[in-house]
Design a protein around this ligand. Structure first.
Ligand SMILES: *Cc1c(COP(=O)(O)O)cnc(C)c1O
Length: 345
C-alpha cells in the first residue's frame, strides 16, 4: 500500500528549502568496510571539530527526486545514474565508492519511510533526495579521511516554476567554475563554495545565473553553476557542450536521448564555441531541479545576445523536449526501459 501525501502541508506553496522529515538513511564506513546501514531519526550529525569534511572539504553529493505518478505510484527517475556518478565523484576525492545496489536500496528505503512527504500528483511539488558522503575522522595533516558517512536526507520542495517557465537573463562570468583537469566533472560541494560569490554578484546585477566559459581559453561554452546548457540550431538540431570540466548532467543525457529517439532531432555533443551562440535559435539550462529553464538573453560584458526564441516563452523545440521528458517522468509518455524506478519494487 502506498500512503497518501499529508494533507496539512500546502504543497504547491512550498519553496526550494529544507524541511526536516522523520527519517534519513545513514551508513558508516570504518576499518575499510561499509557497515549495514539503515534509517535514523536524528537529523543532527555530531563529529570531531577536526573531521576531514570541515578542514579539507572531503564531501560529495547527489540530487534526485521522488514523486507520485498519475496511477498513484511513487517513483524516482534514473537513480542508478546518480549512484554511478556518486561513485565516480567519490573516487576523485579519495573516498570509498558507495555500492550502486546499496545506494538504490537506500533510496527506496528512505523514500518509503517518508512516504507521506512525497507530494501529491499534479501539485508540481516533489520529494528532493540529497545523498551525500563526508570524511568524518579527525585529520590535520593533509590526507584523506579513513572513516566516512554516507547519508540520504529527503525534503519536500515546491514547484520550480510557479506559473510556467519564463526565459531567464544570464551573464557571462569573469570567474571560473572549474580548473582545467580539476574537479568540474564531479559533484562536490567544493565546486559550489567558489560559485557562491559569483552568483551573489550576478543576482545583485539582476541576472538569474552565471554562464561559465572554459577556463583555459575562455572561448568555449561550459555550463552554469548548477545546470548544463542545451542549444537548438535554426534547423532543429540539439547541440550540447562537451568538456571534461562539465558535470555530466543526467537531465542533459536524458534530453539527448529524448531528442534522438522521441523527436527525431539530430543530436551533437561536442565542443561549442562561445562565438557560435549568436547563431542558435533556442537555449536552455538543464538539471534535476527545473528540468529545463529557457534562456532568453545573455550579457557578455555589456554586449547583449538575444536568443531568437525571446523572453516571453520557451522555444518550440525546447518545449517539446521539456514536455516529452516531464511526460516520461510523470508516466504520461512511455519511458525507456529502466528509467522509472518504483520505490515499492
Ligand atoms: C547537479 C549538477 C547539474 C545537473 O545534473 P542533473 O543530474 O541533471 O541534476 C549540472 N551542473 C552541475 C555543476 C551540477 O552540480
Amino acid at each position: 500500500m502506498v500512503k497518501e501525501a499529508r494533507t496539512d502541508i500546502k504543497w504547491s506553496e512550498l519553496g526550494f528549502g529544507y524541511v526536516e522529515t522523520p527519517y534519513r538513511y545513514v551508513c558508516r564506513y570504518k576499518n575499510g568496510a561499509w557497515e549495514e546501514g539503515g534509517l535514523e531519526t536524528e537529523a543532527k550529525i555530531t563529529l570531531s571539530e577536526c573531521a576531514c569534511v570541515f578542514q579539507y572539504s572531503q564531501s560529495v553529493f547527489e540530487g534526485l527526486k521522488a514523486y507520485r505518478t498519475e496511477d498513484g505510484k511513487i517513483v524516482c527517475f534514473r537513480p542508478d545514474l546518480n549512484a554511478e556518478r556518486m561513485a565516480m565523484s567519490a573516487a576523485r576525492l579519495e573516498m570509498p565508492p558507495f555500492p550502486v545496489d546499496k545506494f538504490l536500496e537506500a533510496v527506496k528505503m528512505v523514500v518509503k519511510a517518508n512516504e507521506e512527504f512525497v507530494p501529491p500528483y499534479g501539485s508540481g511539488a516533489t520529494l528532493y533526495l540529497r545523498p551525500f558522503m563526508i570524511g568524518t575522522n579527525p585529520v590535520i595533516g593533509v590526507k584523506p579521511a579513513e572513516e566516512f558517512e554516507f547519508r540520504i536526507l529527503v525534503t519536500p520542495v515546491g514547484p520550480y516554476f510557479k506559473g510556467g517557465a519564463k526565459p531567464i537573463y544570464i551573464k557571462v562570468s569573469d570567474f571560473d567554475r572549474a580548473a582545467p583537469h580539476g574537479t568540474g566533472g564531479i559533484k562536490a560541494g567544493l565546486n559550489y563554495a567558489m560559485s557562491l560569490h559569483p552568483i551573489v554578484q550576478a543576482h545583485k546585477e539582476g541576472f538569474a545565473e552565471n554562464m561559465y566559459l572554459d577556463p583555459q581559453t575562455r572561448t568555449k561554452v561550459e555550463e552554469t553553476g548548477g545546470a548544463n546548457i542545451i542549444f537548438v540550431t535554426k534547423d532543429g538540431k540539439l547541440v550540447t557542450p562537451k568538456s571534461e570540466s562539465i558535470l555530466p548532467s543526467i537531465t542533459r543525457r536524458s534530453i539527448c536521448y529524448v531528442a534522438e529517439h522521441y523527436l527525431n532531432m539530430p543530436v551533437e555533443h561536442r565542443e561549442v564555441l562561445f562565438s557560435e551562440v549568436d547563431d542558435f535559435a533556442e537555449m536552455g539550462l538543464c538539471g534535476t531541479a527545473a528540468v529545463i529553464s529557457p534562456v532568453g538573453r545573455i550579457n557578455d560584458h555589456g554586449r547583449i545576445i538575444d536568443i531568437p526564441s525571446g523572453m516571453e516563452e520557451m522555444g518550440p523545440w525546447t518545449k517539446k523536449l521539456y514536455d516529452t521528458l516531464t511526460g516520461i517522468q510523470m508516466g504520461r509518455v512511455e519511458a525507456p526501459e529502466g528509467w522509472i524506478v518504483c520505490i515499492d519494487e
